[in-house]
Write a protein that binds this ligand. Structure first.
Ligand code: 5GP
Ligand code: MG
Length: 474
């Protein structure tokens, strides 16, 4: 902690809470948390590797060859989009234009990508596209890419399409998540799979101490939630993890939880014994299922005073915001690496911006000279001899070529930071990525981890920055 009179300073950029829409934390009366990849951060390489392997075993049981399927988590990132129809994974910009694509496990050359996608826009409302909503999507992308290669090689049963392969990936992963073996492994050796964060319990205690009701609303089942929450919090919280929360809801079946009117059951003992719940929800209770209306009734506060914090762009923030008008916070752990990469590229980005400004100037001068030549051709020139204009033009061309040679390596480096194949997660060239657009639309605020609320404090007034527009005067 800094001394009370120390000069004020903001938290490091990677640990800030960023606002798309202004959020006054003082006005928030209740904070609901998702569990997996929100309160609990998994070591993705380890967790997803096991999910991948469990699903691969199931695929092998179909008699499909699976030896070539490889788990390569660095090959994909959250926010990419699976194209079930063509066996690809793509990155799109905010308008849905594909800016990069991988077919199977191979990154497509620009020309190949253009041939496939110049007339196609990614529209997440179409079943063709599957958005990689969370870090749980990494195993899915690896399996789909590997199977798409096998479709191409003719090694899957005759007639198997990319879509069929995707359906098999989905059902295998679903089964791996739902049947007990994978989760049993996680719970047995949590230190292999869970990344602890000492600041997290303190952040939650602060929020509670500031008078906010805290809730867990997770799709995970009770036994898993109990064991993982206990492992993560009990060592730091004298009263144990349950003492942090006013309400715990497991098996929530989000997004339906936020849309429907499913009944709720109370879990009456540690082993998970259920009984139907009648009347208002009990303070400190643990429930299974239910729906958001019951939570609102229990909290007795309007949606705009409830903040829901989650990592799933569709289930946790999109539906919550659009249907219930709850305030939303998205947890994006990869933001930390992204910010660090941007920080190390900062000077080069400045150089690149300066070179691009110079290029714009030369191009403008060149356009003017060409126009004067054109006018001269049309017989309404300004009298300067065309040879002189051509000399000027050729000089500019030389300067532009020289400039391009300096720009090219920097620009290439800029699109390869963070991830060699895909570049920064939130950007698509100079534009925003599709992921950034989804976040902007549905998350009022976003941050890399829940513990960042510790830095922000429960009193923060999180202001959205003045948005940039092409005509801004800078
Ligand atoms: P939450 O994020 O709501 O706390 O929990 C996410 C739950 O969804 C976890 O229990 C996780 O195992 C499960 N999950 C993640 N991906 C899949 C999937 O592809 N299929 C199924 N059936 N469950 C999944
Ligand atoms: Mg989650």
């Amino acid at each position: 902690m800094t001394a009370p009179h120390a000069a004020p300073s903001l938290p490091p950029v990677a640990r800030r809470v960023f606002a798309n829409r202004t959020l006054n934390l003082r006005a928030i009366e209740a904070v609901g948390f998702d569990m997996d990849y929100t309160l609990i951060h998994y070591r993705t390489d380890a967790w997803e590797r096991r999910a991948f392997e469990h699903a691969r075993e199931r695929i092998a049981k179909l008699g499909w060859p699976t030896e070539s399927l490889e788990f390569t988590p660095q090959a994909f990132t959250q926010g990419l989009v699976v194209d079930r129809k063509l066996g690809n994974v793509v990155k799109a910009n905010r308008f849905g234009f594909v800016v990069r694509a991988m077919h199977g496990t191979r990154v497509l050359e620009f020309e190949e990508q253009r041939a496939m996608y110049s007339r196609v826009l990614v529209d997440l409302a179409e079943p063709r596209w599957q958005f990689m909503n969370t870090l749980f999507s990494l195993s899915e992308a690896c399996l789909f890419a590997g199977l798409a290669d096998l479709v191409d090689a003719g090694k899957l049963p005759t007639g198997t399409s990319y879509e069929d392969a995707y359906a098999v990936v989905r059902s295998s992963l679903d089964a791996a998540h739902v049947e007990g073996a994978l989760k049993a492994e996680i719970v047995k050796e949590p230190d292999r799979f869970v990344e602890l964060d000492e600041e997290l319990p303190l952040a939650l205690r602060d929020l509670r101490q500031a008078g906010k009701k805290l809730l867990v609303i997770t799709n995970s089942e009770w036994e898993y939630t109990r064991d993982i929450m206990s492992y993560t919090f009990d060592r730091f919280v004298p009263g144990g993890w349950r003492s942090l929360f006013d309400l715990v809801i497991v098996g929530a079946r989000k997004p339906e939880f936020f849309m429907g009117s499913a009944p709720i059951f109370e879990i009456v003992d540690e082993s998970g014994l259920l009984r139907p719940s009648v009347g208002p929800l009990r303070e400190g209770g643990v429930y299974l299922g239910g729906n958001a209306r019951l939570v609102e009734k229990k909290l007795e506060c309007p949606g705009e005073r409830i903040l829901y914090v989650g990592d799933h762009i569709f289930s946790d923030v999109n539906v919550t915001k659009n249907l219930l008008r709850w305030r939303t916070a998205l947890i994006v752990r990869a933001l930390e690496d992204e910010v660090h990469a941007l920080e190390s590229f900062k000077q080069k980005q400045r150089d690149l911006d300066a070179l691009m400004a110079e290029k714009e100037l030369l191009e403008h001068a060149s356009g003017q000279l060409r126009l004067r030549l054109l006018r001269d051709d049309g017989g309404y020139g300004d009298g300067v001899p065309p040879a002189e204009l051509r000399r000027g033009l050729s000089q500019l061309r030389g300067q532009l070529e020289e400039l391009d040679a300096r720009i090219a390596p920097l620009a290439r480096e800029g699109v390869e930071i963070v991830n060699r194949s895909w570049g920064p997660m939130m950007r698509a060239g100079n534009d925003k990525s599709h992921l950034a657009r989804q976040i902007e639309r549905h998350a009022d605020v976003y941050t890399s981890r829940v513990a960042n609320f510790l830095y922000a404090t429960p009193f923060a007034y999180l202001r959205s920055p003045r948005g940039s527009l092409p005509h801004d005067v800078v």
